[in-house]
Write a protein that binds this ligand. Structure first.
Ligand SMILES: Cc1cc2nc3c(=O)[nH]c(=O)nc-3n(C[C@H](O)[C@H](O)[C@H](O)COP(=O)(O)OP(=O)(O)OC[C@H]3O[C@@H](n4cnc5c(N)ncnc54)[C@H](O)[C@@H]3O)c2cc1C
Length: 211
């Protein structure tokens, strides 16, 4: 269970970092063309990825509290029912990904600015660096862009989340995220962080501070 909780905390930390970075971009867009271009592309990337991940996060969170998570006395059934709506009324997944391609096509420097942000975090985590290098190679290939759109946008979201955590989160969180989400040992369900991960530190950081 500690592994599942820590993994959910990583997802929450990464999504929060991404949304806060986006909020800063919006704040600064009025006085910065670069921030406006970054925000243009990062908004669609974030909407696509966070709304997709939220479905899995809510389902796993429901399971964490067992049958109590399923019955209507708990708030989780409502969240479970409502969470797929985010990727509809915020723009369906394919549409968000096509929007990223459109932004890249119409304003090619928007993707350069996006990568400037990502590259600023390189040189600290080997798996992050490899992921970013591979992603840049994939993006240079313009063939079948629409068919590959989800793959590319997922890569952009993960790379930006990794970069933000490496720059702003405690090392234990950033390293666990980059290893679990960007490394070759990536697994598909929550609770699959490698043994030796400092689960307590990751969970403690996410615990609400009361008082
Ligand atoms: C509860 C609720 C409240 C809503 N409230 C509002 C509101 O207040 N105001 C408002 O304006 N709208 C509202 N909507 C509508 C909402 O914005 C649309 O449902 C949403 O934009 C998706 O459009 P759609 O339902 O026509 O699905 P579609 O666009 O038909 O999408 C269906 C599928 O096709 C895919 N798809 C669509 N286009 C492409 C393409 N070009 N290439 C590849 N795949 C594609 C999508 O990814 C999706 O998987 C609401 C919807 C719901 C469910």
């Amino acid at each position: 269970m500690r592994n599942v909780l820590a993994d959910l905390c990583l997802e929450s930390a990464a999504s929060t970092a991404l949304v806060l970075r986006l909020a800063r971009g919006f704040d600064e867009s009025a006085n910065s063309v670069e921030q406006a271009k970054f925000t243009r592309i990062a908004t669609a990337v974030a909407k696509y990825w966070i709304t997709k991940r939220a479905v899995a996060v809510v389902a796993e969170s429901l399971e964490c509290i067992g049958g109590n998570g399923y019955v209507e006395e708990s708030p989780l059934p409502r969240l479970y029912r409502d969470v797929p709506l985010n990727s509809l009324w915020e723009g369906a997944g394919n549409v968000q990904c096509l929007d990223v391609l459109r932004a890249m096509h119409k304003e090619p420097d928007s993707i350069s600015i996006f990568f400037t942000e990502i590259r600023a975090a390189m040189g600290v985590h080997h798996q992050f660096d490899r992921f970013v290098t591979r992603l840049e190679t994939e993006l240079r290939d313009t063939s079948q862009a629409e068919t590959r759109a989800r793959r590319l946008v997922e890569g952009l979201a993960l790379a930006l989340q990794g970069a933000l955590l490496l720059q702003h989160a405690p090392a234990v969180v950033a390293e666990a995220f980059c290893t679990a989400r960007l490394g070759d040992d990536h697994r598909h369900s929550f609770g699959t962080l490698p043994g030796g991960t400092d689960f307590e530190a990751i969970i403690e950081r996410a615990r609400p501070q009361v008082g």
